[in-house]
Design a binder for this molecule. Structure first.
Ligand code: NCD
Ligand code: ZN
Length: 447
């Protein structure tokens, strides 16, 4: 019997913004020690020679479909998909069925998730046209999620007085408003105009850059008025990113998120992959894609999140107007970004911060996002040199497809640990029934 429950020896750890050769001892699900000497007195010892050890990835934008759409994803399949992608914490969106717009519905969702989750989780809370009282009552949430344009689910706020209330309450509660920024009026006008087209490419004639800009402008003006913390989800265009930077410079407390979908695809891919790439916001031009990379490299983005939005392949293979918007992404995001760093598109250190420390800080998640004594032992072991081909039949998500199928990537997730438990190892999910179930996987927030 060792005095620690687990040791990870001989790895290269991401520590204090750089890489060090060191060993990690875990006790009670936390990082107990980080030592220069190898650790021998542990019940389980994992040798990480030649591997990188990163903080577990925090994905602040996922859609795990509980409750109401479990055929696309349930919390077990979503958890497994996360572990495969090196993700140890998710913040789940409220566009469920029913949408999570009351404190009661949130508590019900909490119970469902609590019994199934293999990973740490938190919840965004939905804003509707008439739920200001519920916004006041919701407890332990990551943000108020505001949809300014309609998308999967039925969460849309198109009433300015409801908007005002939500910005006011968020400000009073010191909560962030996370916005899906596409303007509903522009979307509807364009949808009518192009109603006779059915090629997947029509999607960005409907959901235009102007639609995104208009919604961001609106959110910024309310945030300025009420001094509300604002977060713009999945930014898809150059102009939008510029607008957000201008608002930042003018003193607004605003942040934004980059999504791999918009970094790795542009409209030329939509021509090839069709409605598999139907997603909201729409995928824009090469110019936009390049500007987003530039933004990522110049610290204009605060976090990377996946917007993991699973839909079944048969749903994605229908006529354009019937296809639901959204692309699964939680299983591929870390490898895509590691591969990008290998190709020198971005610095590895930047990638890691954007996927771990930054989301923890932005959403004020306690004890996560860093490898540090006292922090939760949420860890991912990666092999930076390992090449592999992305394959649909290796995915754990119920959606079981990825637009990256067939792509060769360098940088593979080898092991994923949640609060000190090894739950993913070399392609397999490990469910250790003997180990008593871990206390509580719901994240807490500080401040
Ligand atoms: C998301 C989904 O399917 O839940 N779809 C999408 O196109 N991104 C909803 C959303 O985040 O807009
Ligand atoms: Zn969205």
């Amino acid at each position: 019997m060792g005095s620690y429950e687990l040791a990870l020896n001989n790895g290269k750890l991401f520590f204090n913004n750089s890489f060090i050769d060191a060993n990690i001892a875990v006790l009670d699900g936390r990082i107990a020690e980080i030592k220069k000497v190898e650790i021998q007195d542990a019940e389980q010892i994992i040798d990480c020679k030649g591997k990188l050890i990163l903080p577990g990835i925090i994905d602040a934008h996922v859609h795990f479909r509980v409750p109401g759409n479990e055929k696309k994803e349930d919390w077990v399949s979503g958890s497994k998909a996360a572990l495969h992608g090196g993700v140890t914490t998710v913040l789940d969106m409220p566009n469920n069925n029913p949408a999570i717009t009351t404190a009661d519905l949130l508590e019900q969702k909490r119970k469902l998730v609590e019994k199934d989750s293999l990973i740490n989780y938190g919840f965004h809370f939905g804003v509707s046209n008439g739920n200001s009282r519920e916004l006041k009552n919701a407890r332990n949430i990551a943000s108020f999620k505001l949809y300014l344009g309609s998308t999967t689910g039925n969460l849309l706020v198109n009433d300015d007085s409801a908007l005002e209330k939500c910005f006011e309450i968020a400000s009073l509660k010191s909560k962030m408003i996370a916005v899906h920024a596409e303007d509903e009026k522009i979307i509807l006008q364009n949808a009518k105009k192009f109603q006779n087209e059915s090629n997947a490419k029509v999607h960005n004639k409907i959901r235009t850059v102007e639609a995104e800009l208009e919604a961001i402008k609106k959110a910024i003006s309310f945030a300025k008025q009420f001094k509300t913390r604002l977060h713009i989800c999945h930014v898809s265009s150059k102009e939008s990113l510029f607008l957000i930077q201008e608002a930042k410079k003018s003193g607004l407390h605003i942040s934004c998120e980059a999504t791999p979908t918009y970094l790795f695809f542009d409209e030329s891919d939509v021509g090839k992959k069709g409605c598999l790439l139907k997603v909201n916001p729409s995928i824009k031009t090469e110019k936009d894609r390049k500007a987003l990379w530039f933004g990522l490299n110049t610290s204009q983005f605060d976090i990377i999140a996946t917007d993991h939005a699973p839909h079944l392949l048969e749903e994605k293979q229908q006529d354009y107007w019937k296809v639901p918007s959204g692309i699964p992404g939680i299983e591929t995001s870390l490898s895509l970004m590691l591969d990008a760093s290998e190709k020198r598109l971005i610095q590895l250190e930047k990638v890691i911060k954007l996927m771990t420390e930054n989301p923890a800080a932005l959403f004020k998640i306690k004890n996560k996002g860093k490898i540090e004594k006292g922090y939760d032992a949420d860890l991912v072991v990666v092999d930076l040199k390992k090449e592999f081909v992305v394959k649909n039949d290796e995915l754990f998500s119920k959606s079981a497809w990825t637009p990256f199928e067939g792509l060769k990537l360098k940088g593979k997730v080898e092991k994923t640990l949640v609060k000190g438990s090894l739950l993913f190892d070399n392609g397999d999910i490990i469910i250790n029934k003997n180990k008593e179930s871990k206390a509580n996987l719901e994240v807490g927030y500080y401040g």
